[in-house]
Design a protein around this ligand. Structure first.
Ligand code: AMP
Length: 435
């Protein structure tokens, strides 16, 4: 097995790796680092959680440490493009961590915050700039920066860039880059559109793949419930009460869906927060910090917002709604079982989501274990009740607030009322559908 000391990285980097607590390189690291150190272009097929950030950051830092130079005014020596601000922030943090014993400047630019800060930052220039494509082009269009000094370009999570509609931005960026450069291109999946994009950026790349395209992280135990949309919230509460959870990421398809789930979780005493595109940067940071610290065990997220969430110790991923793009499922469950830890994903599959699940099974060539719905689960069960005792959720729910008491609503198919007045049959749908 390769050791970090076999990779001939500069001493300050080895020191930083030790300080970080890593003992052995992950497969993508032991394969990619020597190739990048040789100066090769690289096409890396790796899911998040494989250690791919260090796989590119370490050899890049090695290069910078061996050829130190002045900061290029209004430009950068290394440009890393990432699809979301969260991911950009985390990549920048990784560069800072691994480069802690080097004197380097690492900058980040992304949308959603005032551009003046970025304009000022770019006046001095950076060694490493991590950017989302939109804000980068904004700065270039304002003549606040240029890409003339880029020696190394990294495109991270290219499939997400495409999904998020960054293709035009990327096409505009290519001709602005020096022809002579090293390019590292990472994607979790390699559909034809990504291969095309890669061909535009790369020159005779070495290929490294740590998981065949579109297979799911092997360590993730995948489970599923077939459940009606209206029962999903109850099922979520049940799972939160009965599973041994360190941290759980709950995925919804829409922003409103995420907010709805959080509102009901909070009403039932589960500390939780949502992150999605409608949240301000401070709100996102606060939610992430609470999740990281363990104050909130539950983070409800949309696919896009969760892209950059790199929180160790996510024990569970819950697919509250099933993604209609099968690759998203691969991304979602890759959020757990990161770097050696085991993880579990539980999918709540409503009737109209079965076809999505079939697509996912085709793509991953894996079938989640189907679980029986908890016995006695009924929609009118009080939210804070301990796992269902009786069919109608009989007995006073522990800690239930007066306002949360089950209300009677018209319900055709089932006896009794519905949780928060929303029955599976009589009430309106709790989830699903675009908002
Ligand atoms: P990534 O795939 O880059 O998002 O990394 C996933 C997680 O693995 C991050 O939390 C890293 O800090 C961690 N990690 C990266 N490399 C190693 C390693 N060699 N040993 C242990 N953990 C690592």
């Amino acid at each position: 097995m390769t050791k970090f000391s076999d990779l001939s990285l500069a001493a300050p980097l080895v020191e930083a790796i030790e300080a970080t607590g890593y003992t052995t390189p992950t497969p993508i690291q032991s394969q990619a680092i020597p190739l990048v150190l040789q100066g090769r272009d690289l096409l890396g097929i790796a899911q998040t959680g494989t250690g791919k950030t260090a796989a590119f950051a370490l050899p890049i830092l090695d290069r910078l440490s061996r050829a130190p130079g002045p900061l290029p005014r209004m430009s950068t020596r290394v440009l890393v493009l990432a699809p979301t601000r969260e991911l950009a922030g985390q990549i920048a943090q990784s560069f800072k961590t691994y480069g802690q014993f080097l004197k380097l400047s690492v900058g980040t630019v992304f949308g959603g915050v005032t551009i003046n800060r970025h304009i000022k930052q770019m006046q001095r220039g950076t060694d490493v700039l991590v950017a989302t494509p939109g804000r980068l082009l904004d700065l270039i269009d304002r003549k606040a920066m240029n890409l003339d000094n880029v020696e190394v370009l990294v495109l991270d999570e290219a499939d997400q860039m495409l999904d998020l509609g960054f293709i035009h931005a990327l096409r505009r960026i290519v001709p602005l880059l020096p022809r002579r450069r090293q390019t590292l291109f990472f994607s979790a999946t390699m559909p034809p559109a990504i291969a095309q994009l890669a061909a535009q950026f790369l020159n005779d790349p070495a290929k490294v793949s740590v998981a065949p395209p579109s297979t799911t992280a092997e360590r993730v135990l995948q489970q599923a419930y077939f459940v009606t949309a209206g029962e999903k919230q109850d099922l979520l509460h049940h799972v939160l009460r009965t599973e041994e959870i360190d941290r759980v990421l709950v995925f919804t398809r829409t922003k409103h869906g995420a907010d709805r789930v959080v509102k009901k979780l909070e009403a039932s005493g589960f500390k939780s927060a949502a992150i999605h595109g409608n949240k301000s940067q401070p709100q996102r940071e606060k939610a992430l910090a609470a999740f990281k610290s363990g104050y909130n065990k539950v983070l409800v997220a949309t696919d896009i917002a969760a892209r950059g969430v790199d929180v160790p110790g996510v024990s569970h991923v819950i697919n509250f709604e099933i993604p209609n793009v099968a690759e998203q499922y691969v991304h979602r469950i890759g959020r757990t079982a990161r770097a050696g830890a085991d993880g579990k994903s539980i999918s709540f599959v409503a009737g109209d989501e079965r076809p999505y699940m079939r697509d996912i099974e085709k793509l991953t060539r894996q079938k989640p274990v189907l679980l029986d719905l908890p016995e006695g689960m009924t929609v009118q069960r009080a939210p804070s009740e301990v796992p269902p005792a009786g069919k109608n959720g009989a007995g006073k729910p522990a800690g239930a607030k007066p306002g949360n008491r089950p209300r009677r609503v018209r319900s055709k198919g089932r006896p009794g009322g519905a949780n928060h007045g929303q029955g599976a049959h009589g009430g309106r749908r709790q989830s699903g559908g675009a908002a």
